[in-house]
Design a protein around this ligand. Structure first.
Ligand code: SF4
Length: 332
């Protein structure tokens, strides 16, 4: 497993404070993200991991300003490059999204317009956000395609998305997300829809491209193995809360939260002879049926009386935070 020891400047690029997202339903508001707080340094890769419905994609969606009704931010703040962005208008957010925040989604076809050539899409994005003329933008677009490993970019620039394979399409999406030189990229399950054989290539490409440009990344995935290979820090989410956050090498080697321990035991290890990987028994609770106290307690092998009555607050531990009653505050 590759471990990352990159160091980052202290002032955050992104600050998320007590972010809560709820959905208005006929039966009242349902809380899908519940008071999450984290910072992201310039150039840092933060992995957000958890099961489907844990709130990780919604968090990414809220940061990009793409949260749709009936979802809404009902508490908390998001600051990007020192500016509060959760209160910006849709138009202000659209401009910020193209220029400063790039987005990559699971299915490349949702990020690409099937009726436009990849060259038209790239040059349009480049010209909207950078002061380049038509010819210079086309030249830049060809360079971008070459940088993401598209062979014969001068010819392929005039092709449509359906003329590319799944892996090549995701390369085009990465080029599109990075062509305006954003300082933050939100990548939501960028390799899940791809063939296993090309997933590692695409993750390597994403990581290398962002490192070269100094762009920070929030990498949303359900796969702890992907995080271990790619991220600098990891936030583990469960039922809308961050239950553990810390440097990847620390969390992978010494997970604290019982849920993180369960996730780690479900990653196949090189050289392991175990035939079956350990799975965490049970399923994450529905939003309509959240248990009192720690939402993980019905599945937790370490649960005790307090867990079913009191929600654990995040507590500082070496290099990060853990929200679990087993951990008391450690001295700084
Ligand atoms: Fe398990 Fe209790 Fe910790 Fe929740 S607070 S993870 S139930 S030990």
């Amino acid at each position: 497993m590759t471990m990352n020891t990159t160091t980052f400047p202290n002032s955050p690029l992104l600050s998320v404070r007590d972010l809560s997202i709820c959905f208005d339903t006929r039966h009242g508001p349902l809380r899908a993200v519940d008071g999450i707080t984290f910072d992201l340094a310039p150039g840092e890769i933060l992995g957000m991991v958890g099961e489907s419905g844990a709130g990780k994609s919604l968090t990414g969606t809220a940061i990009t300003g793409l949260l749709e009704r009936p979802g809404r931010i009902d508490r908390g703040e998001i600051h990007f490059e020192g500016q509060r962005i959760d209160t910006l208008s849709a138009e202000e957010m659209r401009r910020l999204r193209g220029r400063k925040i790039g987005a990559i989604f699971q299915d490349p076809l949702t990020s690409l317009n099937p009726l436009m050539t990849v060259g038209q899409q790239l040059t349009q994005t480049i010209r909207t956000h950078l002061p380049l003329g038509k010819e210079a933008a086309r030249k830049r677009a060809i360079e971008c395609l070459a940088e993401v490993g598209i062979p014969a970019p001068e010819a392929r620039i005039d092709q449509y998305p359906h003329q590319f394979s799944g892996g090549m399409r995701q390369r085009v999406v990465i080029a599109l997300a990075l062509c305006a030189e954003p300082s933050l990229v939100i990548a939501d399950e960028p390799t899940t829809a791809l063939d296993v054989s090309i997933q590692a290539q695409i993750l390597d490409l994403l990581k290398r491209m962002c490192r070269e440009r100094g762009a920070a990344v929030i990498l949303v995935t359900h796969d702890m193995g992907v995080i271990a290979e790619t991220a600098d820090r990891v936030a583990v989410m469960y039922s809308g809360r961050v239950v553990e956050i810390g440097p990847v090498e620390k969390v992978v080697r010494d997970p604290r939260h019982p849920y993180t321990k369960g996730l780690m035991q479900s990653i196949p290890r090189v050289g392991s002879r175990a035939e079956r990987l350990t799975q965490i028994d049970g399923a994450m609770p529905r939003l309509t049926d959240l248990p009192l106290g720690c939402a993980f307690h019905p599945r937790c092998p370490r649960a005790f009386a307090e867990c079913s009555s009191t929600k654990p607050a995040p507590r500082p531990v070496e290099g990060g935070h853990v929200a679990c009653h087993l951990y008391q505050e450690e001295p700084a």
